[in-house]
Design a protein around this ligand. Sequence first.
Ligand code: 3PG
Ligand code: CO
Length: 555
Amino acid sequence: GFSFKLDDHPKLPKGKTVAVVVLDGWGEAKPDQYNCISVADTPTMDSLKQGAPERWRLVKAHGTAVGLPTEDDMGNSEVGHNALGAGRIYAQGAKLVDLALASGKIYEGEGFKYINECFENGTLHLIGLLSDGGVHSRLDQLLLLLKGCSEHNARRIRVHILTDGRDVLDGSSVGFVETLENELAKLRERGVDAQIASGGGRMYVTMDRYENDWDVVKRGWYAQVLGEAPYKFRSALEAVKKLREELKANDQYLPPFVIVDENEKPVGPIFDGDAVVTFNFRADRMSMVAQALEYESFDKFDRVRFPKIRYAGMLQYDGELKLPSHYLVSPPEIERTSGEYLVHNGVRTFACSETVKFGHVTFFWNGNRSGYFNSELEEYVEIPSDSGITFNVQPKMKALEIAEKTRDAILSRKFDQVRVNLPNGDMVGHTGDIGATVVACKAADEAVKMILDAIEQVGGIYVVTADHGNAEDMVKRNKTGQPLLDKNGNIQILTSHTLQPVPIAIGGPGLAPGVQFRKDVPTGGLANVAATVMNLHGFEAPSDYEPTLIEVVDN
Ligand code: 3PG
Ligand code: CO
């Protein structure tokens, strides 16, 4: 029968402390003025790159290598950490939803049948991120879902939009709203009462994660469920244009607004008997709103009114919590992750990041699963993030604190693996502030140094890598790599991730002398890292894992 017991590695010893450091949003690209990593002072990462060539390489972090639909899909933290932790490539949410929509199976599942029962007498509400970023949601999927729902008798539909500007260019919200409005107009011609009912910027409304700031979800609740918001408009297009112009707000940070009719009455609060779908496929930024929509007993904020609705997620967002209990598409079944194997083989693990990335090295790492596998062998430490700020004003974030906690964990010798995420390159990169991102990269590099110094002291091993690119390219480019200018001659700032590969470096005094990167996995990606790390703990990886990146040569 199946056993979690791993075979011993024939050549590599057990008992070394292994530090697995994930730099979030740290890709490899040609140096230039928009490559904040190359501009920043990053002596530690530079020395890894300039060190032994057989101990530094690049791995793929985007597209099909991490289970995304196409090679045009940039990497992201969910699929990146899933791959790092699980050691295999799973078709991810974006892909699974594409397939379910294309085959029509989405309308045959339990989740759709459940909400479908409200279509006769209630309103269908769709809440989610309106963009073609492909990280949390996709506009084309929303449009297909709208069409499909109307063909399955939805008569009254309200869309609650969250504007992006983070996985896509700032300002692109206007075009996405136009596209959606056109589709809704077509539905209206066919007799469906369909409109946008509310909106707001994703970082300010609804899409918080890891309980960093419940006020974000609360603002969304007020606009979407209660129909209350500080701004009221007759149309979403007007809302987005005016808020951008008058408040100089970016798409990410638009304040909440509701759409009202000619009598100033909100057009789409959520009431008893309605159906609600959150149409994002990605879990982290939907889990909190899913709790608010689903849990009878809830104390994170005063919901004022808790309508009796039928709610389904696009996916189930948390397999351990079974949240939400109804969903349109089954999530990837990520099982037997490296974390689970390692605790079954006695490896004591410490994982740490600050709040905004904490779930990345725990929840995503463990296959979208909350909690410990074995609380006696694992300790997860969350450093509270600053909330209510955009991280360009605090680009060092909690990198130092994360590094200190990790150093202490290493020096305590209580752990065999310490695993951290350093958020700076990503979280500051997403703000589009180039100067701040340079500061962020330096801070991340200093944190790496502190961790490597501790590894040096205990005779351990390090694996330094990243989950996807971001800070290495801050400008939108044309096909030949030239920066693109907008109509005023300004460069177009790239707030999103990239398609770039990421570095991986191994080393430390505990690394056995003949260990080097193999030459025969040139297309290796993030999913190859789990087997690599298992080897460094002295184990063979399970046979169905993607191959290890390392070999041991006799010298
Ligand atoms: C976000 O959620 O902040 C971005 O859409 C993606 O960033 P992440 O994949 O690095 O978390
Ligand atoms: Co990011």
